[in-house]
Design a protein around this ligand. Structure first.
Ligand code: SAH
Length: 354
């Protein structure tokens, strides 16, 4: 079988989100099933892979949320899409410095890829973590969901308006194994869904995270049942610019979307205003969306860097500050990455947001 054919299975025409889904998450041939995407030898680098300081700050934020809740005896923490498991291992290291807190925590990992789950199991072998498939298995205590670069890895749908008619973007496999896009008229049901989220007004190109919202349905219903919240950190924008934000990355370089299928990562920019509208519809409260720089600085990442680097050699110090710049500089991750916190809590929790 020609290599790209397997991402189409028997059907030769599929919507773009289905194609992305197959390319990234197919059990045998999907990108996340085949290789380790992260780090120097992978295709891209995420904040927890850049510096442990990032995960330390997230850990402190979780501990202060627990204090804000008057130190409940059970706190469920679910990491969404934990990748290499690096952030989780740092979270646990920090959590252990707060023994009463640590004793109260149930730590869960929510991971779709079997090979990444194995990697996480190896990294966290001695730790009290569990992998979770269904959030309904959490029976008591508030729940905090954490996701770094989780949402941007979920496939999106794309739509285009031509002569006032909306079409959905599909891909098809041609006889020569070339992948081509084409448009198909959308159903009334889909149009209604886009309208519900205020997406079509003055827009001729629309991106819609249908699968992502399905995941959020599960997450938000757990939050509503148990109380708690969801912290998402992702690459994205406040208002959509009406352009195609799908990007494919291989070896830290841009790749054409239909080249190296299954060997390159595919992500899209997250529409944070859409998330906010969605959470609003679910009757959850949401803090003001802030940038990664704002959030990390508010919780004290710069002081923390100073503290840990005090006893370091000049060379190590330089490395810490270089990595800190990558996380904070508006030209690097500081501004493009945004943070959103949605919650159902008795009292608003604004640490990191004001
Ligand atoms: N949080 C990590 C990895 C981000 S990559 C980091 O910052 O380094 C996205 C992660 O989400 C991967 O672990 C991927 O396998 C996982 N993932 C994607 N879709 C998922 C889904 N529907 N359910 C659970 N995990 C998913």
């Amino acid at each position: 079988m020609k290599s790209v054919n397997k991402y189409f299975f028997k059907s030769k025409k599929i919507p773009i989100d289905k194609f992305i889904s197959n390319a990234l998450y197919d059990k045998n041939y999907g990108y996340y099933s085949k290789k380790i995407a992260f780090g120097k030898h992978g295709d891209f680098v995420t904040a927890p892979e850049i510096s442990f300081l990032f995960s330390e700050i997230i850990a402190l934020w979780v501990v202060s949320l627990w204090e804000h809740l008057n130190k409940p005896k059970i706190l469920n923490i679910v990491e969404l899409g934990p990748g290499s498991g690096r952030m989780n291992s740092v979270l646990i290291k920090v959590f252990k410095k707060f023994p009463i807190f640590f004793k109260s925590t149930n730590i869960f990992l929510y991971e779709k890829s079997k090979s990444l789950k194995k990697l996480q199991q190896n990294k966290l072998i001695d730790e009290k973590v569990k992998w979770i498939k269904n959030f309904n298995s959490i029976k008591s205590g508030p729940v905090i969901f954490l996701g770094n670069e989780f949402f941007d890895a979920l496939p999106i749908k794309q739509f285009k308006k031509v002569n006032n008619i909306f079409y959905e973007k599909y891909v098809k496999l041609e006889k020569n194994s070339k992948i081509k896009t084409f448009l198909r008229k959308i159903s009334l049901k889909t149009l209604k869904e886009l309208k519900k989220f205020n997406l079509i007004k003055n827009q001729s190109f629309i991106e819609f995270p249908k699968q992502g919202l399905k995941e959020l349905d599960l997450i938000t219903s757990a939050i509503k049942r148990l109380n708690g919240g969801l912290l998402l950190i992702d690459y994205g924008f406040l208002k959509p610019k009406g352009s195609d934000t799908l990007q494919s990355i291989k070896n830290h370089k841009k790749n054409m979307l239909f080249d190296n299928v299954g060997d390159a990562d595919i992500t899209s920019l997250v529409n944070f205003n859409l998330l906010k509208t969605y959470f609003n519809k679910k009757n959850l409260k949401t803090n003001n969306i802030v940038t990664q720089e704002f959030f990390l600085k508010k919780i004290g990442i710069v002081d923390r860097a100073e503290m840990v680097s005090k006893k370091m050699s000049f060379q190590e110090k330089t490395k810490i500050y270089y990595m800190l710049q990558r996380l904070l500089s508006p030209k690097q991750m500081g501004e493009l990455f945004k943070v959103i916190f949605t919650f159902k809590l008795k009292k608003k929790f604004s640490v990191g947001f004001i």
